[in-house]
Write a protein that binds this ligand. Structure first.
Ligand SMILES: *Cc1c(COP(=O)(O)O)cnc(C)c1O
Length: 533
């Protein structure tokens, strides 16, 4: 530790205190915080977790023979188990504490969902099985589709998109097909400034030109600016409601009416549906297409890239263009999978194509339906109420120490938004986020939405208890006070994490993902030679 920040010294692993006390250990482990090298550094060719027989008989004709053993790090079974268990303990998890990531809706995942999704009739089915043998599984898809339509007040639903962003693409392809069917050319999608990054990315990917609509002082879409831009080149608008500032768009109906009046369509990013589920039906707000993140609103373990599921509910105007396949129940009680060969019979010949090879994410469907049925209509309403109550509790508990940009315009929805205004010179959101790691919390979403300076977006979700929230609030309060007082030790936080402050930009731009190099002592490439290829 440099003398420069000795005044604000706090113990840091691996450091020596100004008084000369040593904070290092011989093993590199610190109590229950265990260090762990890469498997390449501890493995060797001489070890293996299983006994393999020597190859018998003649090699299979045509298959090339390996001349040397692969460069894989052999580990014994106990070494393997310890390696991954030790690595897992360096990670944070929703089962360890709150994950206040705004926009991500990281909530507790009821174990009942897991139990149901593991039932062999759901977990072991194959997408190519005869439909008569999987009527139960198809029934789950069909019933979930029914509830998603009922909860949103829409006309149809595409169940196959595999994530929120995939659902956005599905919705925009429906809009594109509808415009083409009208024989029109409309190339522009409007996206508010506060939009989630996936919105403009999706619109661009679907071949539209993206234009931004400014936010007003209250953090909502500027209705007048929107109306001024509307015209015959507008295909539609992508709007998030509640928006990414955690605010409800009160002008939603007026926005929909204005967009419809010029022949455009309204896409709603429904990732924040947990804030309004059971309270508001998007169909009543004039929305034409909306994806629902089953893995957020209806609970499924998510993060790290999956698994997810993003069904898209569609208005009457867009339903004819929805993708194949989908389920349909006939009067005889049989559930059919509507595919290319029977689309005509089910009056669906204008579908734009398909979003996925098969039926969608079966595991997510069973979890979501379990969640919906176990909560019931009143329980789902309570989800929204508790999510909003928890976020407002966070907002009002901290607005005296953290600047809350839109707090004056009323309550928030499911997430509380703060800025770094008022911090001492040189202190920013980053310092507070890193400090939260030392406090034992996963940081909140930072620097998003972009419309707020040094944004900190906290989404507690409905599953955090009051005492849990109080602990989080106390930590965030103390960090805000330290940032305002200019406590320099915050600049080097986290002090108590397995890794300190990383160069995240370099890690994202130049990730080192491949082991390369000369064989090391164990006959494997040496640790110093890890490089990017
Ligand atoms: C999570 C999220 C998305 C994207 O959903 P994925 O399932 O991650 O693709 C889009 N918009 C908002 C507002 C979100 O929170």
């Amino acid at each position: 530790m440099s003398a420069a920040n000795a005044a604000g010294w706090r113990p840091t692993m691996g450091d020596t205190t100004p008084q000369g006390e040593n904070f290092t250990t011989k093993s590199g482990d610190y109590g229950l915080m265990l260090e762990e090298p890469l498997s390449f550094e501890i493995g060797g060719r001489e070890k293996c977790g299983v006994d393999l027989d020597d190859p018998q008989g003649a090699p299979v004709a045509g298959l090339p023979l390996r001349k040397a053993a692969p460069d894989l790090p052999g580990l014994t079974e106990p070494e393997t188990v310890r390696h991954y268990t030790r690595l897992s303990r360096q990670n944070y998890a929703i089962d360890l504490g709150p994950f206040p990531l705004g926009s991500c809706t990281m909530k507790h995942n009821p174990r009942l969902n897991e139990k149901v999704s593991r039932l062999p009739g759901f977990a072991d089915v194959h997408p190519l099985q005869p439909q008569s043998s999987v009527q139960g599984a198809l029934g789950v898809i069909n019933e979930l589709a029914h509830w998603l339509i009922a909860l949103t007040g829409m006309h149809g639903v595409a169940m196959t998109p595999k994530a929120g962003a995939h659902g956005e693409l599905c919705g925009l392809l429906c809009i594109k097909a509808a415009i083409e069917a009208r024989g029109e050319q409309r190339g522009v999608i409007l996206v508010p400034e506060s939009a989630h990054g996936t919105n403009p990315a999706t619109a661009a990917f679907a071949g539209f030109k993206v234009e931004s609509i400014p936010a007003n002082a209250a953090g909502r879409v500027d209705l007048e600016a929107l109306k001024a831009r509307l015209g015959p080149d507008i295909a539609g608008i992508m709007i998030t409601n509640p928006n990414t500032c955690g605010l409800f768009e009160p002008d939603m109906k007026a926005i929909s009416d204005a967009v419809h009046a010029i022949g455009g369509y309204v896409y709603c990013d429904g990732a924040n549906f947990n804030a309004i589920v059971g309270k508001v039906r998007p169909g009543d707000l004039g929305i034409d297409a909306m994806h629902i993140n089953l893995h957020k609103t209806f609970s499924t373990p998510h993060g790290g890239g999956g698994p997810g599921s993003g069904p898209v509910v569609l208005s009457e105007a867009l339903s004819p263009y929805g993708p194949l396949p989908f389920t349909a129940k006939t009067a005889d009680g049989v559930i059919h999978l509507v595919e290319e060969e029977n689309a005509q019979a089910f009056d669906h010949s204008q579908g734009f194509g398909r979003m996925s090879a098969f039926h969608g994410q079966m595991g997510m469907f069973t979890r979501a339906l379990t969640y919906i049925l176990s909560h019931g209509a009143d329980g789902l309403q309570q989800v929204a109420e508790d999510a909003v109550l928890n976020a407002n509790y966070v907002l009002r508990s901290l607005e005296d120490v953290l600047q809350a940009p839109f707090a004056e315009s009323g309550p928030c929805m499911h997430e509380a938004l703060f800025s770094d205004r008022g911090f001492a010179d040189g202190f920013s959101t980053q310092d507070v986020a890193k400090g939260l790691i030392d406090e034992g919390f996963h940081p909140m979403t930072v620097y998003f939405p972009l419309v707020v300076h040094g944004a900190m977006l906290v989404e507690p979700t409905e599953t955090e208890s009051k005492s849990g929230l109080d602990r989080f609030i106390a930590s965030l309060r103390s960090l805000a006070e330290r940032a305002k007082a200019g406590d320099r030790s915050l600049h080097s936080a986290p002090h108590f994490a397995p890794r300190r402050r990383l160069d995240e930009t370099l890690a994202a731009r130049k990730p080192i993902l491949v082991w390369k190099g000369e064989p090391g002592p164990a006959g494997l490439p040496s640790p110093s030679e890890i490089g990017d290829r």
